[in-house]
Design a protein around this ligand. Structure first.
Ligand SMILES: N[C@@H](CCC(=O)N[C@@H](CS)C(=O)NCC(=O)O)C(=O)O
Length: 295
């Protein structure tokens, strides 16, 4: 049965029928989440690396953050916010009843004001896939699986992501190493890169202390990282390979996407040594390498 479904999926979505362009900073955790999702589903996409200083590449957009995904499934469409992008495209892959445009309209943007009085855009339903009863049964055999996936996707955005900066800019040496990596991987001019590396490292070292306070992290921010990561491993449990069972679900992809941006940095190596994440992390790497998975 599974095989027939996957053949149908590929028949319904011929190569090139969904053209995607991802505007990103390579080292941004939200962008990494989207790449993990697209790669796992074997969806080809072009990348436009955005210069974080001028952001000229996204001049066309009134939404000023990355990731932005331009999708063309017949008519061009702009999708903002990593979780909206993932939910909308996943809905589109599972259910071809609605156009992508219609699906995106189910994730409206609303302006809200944070506790600090800052105006921010939030997207309604962003962890919810717009499926009918039959499709829901296929993706989520029991209700609890859907609830769990949503809970941990939200956790990745609202908690895990906030542990990254305080950890990778923890000490001046780590801040410099992080910026060296950001400049190497990102799109910077030569002078801009040098400026970003040193000024950015100093700035982010101090900003990360502020973030640490704002999110009420412990003095040793590694402890919060280790605790969070072990909490995730515990939630996956010993009886399944991924939170999604034998295959990653959207929560697995989100957590992996966020953690992956620390690769090559001291915080990542420490996390591998001091937590139980490694076996799951390796399984995720392998799962994402095998692209073109059936929906
Ligand atoms: N909720 C958004 C957050 C995106 C976000 O904050 N992106 C950062 C980069 S990591 C950004 O573009 N910040 C504005 C800037 O760099 O100018 C999402 O999930 O996509």
């Amino acid at each position: 049965m599974k095989k027939i479904e996957s053949v149908l999926f590929f028949l319904q979505l011929p190569a090139g029928s969904l053209q995607l362009t991802l505007y990103q900073y390579k080292t941004c955790p939200f962008c990494s989440k989207v790449r993990a999702f697209l790669d796992y589903h074997g969806l080809p996409y072009e990348i436009v690396e955005v210069n974080p200083i001028m952001r000229k590449e996204i001049k066309f957009s009134s939404y000023r953050k990355v990731p932005i995904l331009l999708a063309n499934a017949g008519s061009p469409l702009q999708l903002n916010d990593s979780s909206v992008i993932i939910s909308a495209i996943k809905t589109y892959l599972v259910s071809r009843r609605n156009s992508l445009e219609e699906i995106v309209s189910f994730y409206p943007a609303i302006k809200t004001v944070t506790e600090q009085g800052k105006e921010v855009l939030e997207y309604e339903n962003k962890y919810w896939l717009m499926l009918d009863e039959k499709e829901t049964k296929r993706v989520y055999p029991v209700k609890e699986v859907r609830v769990e996936e949503m809970k941990w996707r939200k956790w990745a955005d609202d908690w895990l992501v906030h542990l990254i900066s305080p950890n990778v800019y923890r000490t001046p040496k780590e801040a410099l190493a992080s910026f060296d990596y950001i400049v190497r991987e990102g799109k910077f001019g030569t002078l801009e890169g040098l400026f970003a590396k040193y000024v950015g490292a100093v700035a982010m070292f101090f900003v990360s202390k502020r973030l640490k306070k704002r999110h009420q992290l412990r003095d040793d921010v590694r402890e919060d990282l280790y605790e969070a990561v072990n909490e995730w491993v515990k939630a996956v449990g010993k009886n399944r390979l991924f939170m999604g069972g034998n295959q990653p679900n959207l929560a697995d992809l989100a957590v992996y996407g966020v953690l992956r941006v620390m690769e090559g940095l001291e915080a990542f190596d420490d996390m591998m040594v001091h937590t139980k994440i490694q076996p799951w992390y390796q399984r995720m790497e392998e799962a994402i390498e095998k692209t073109g998975v059936a929906i």
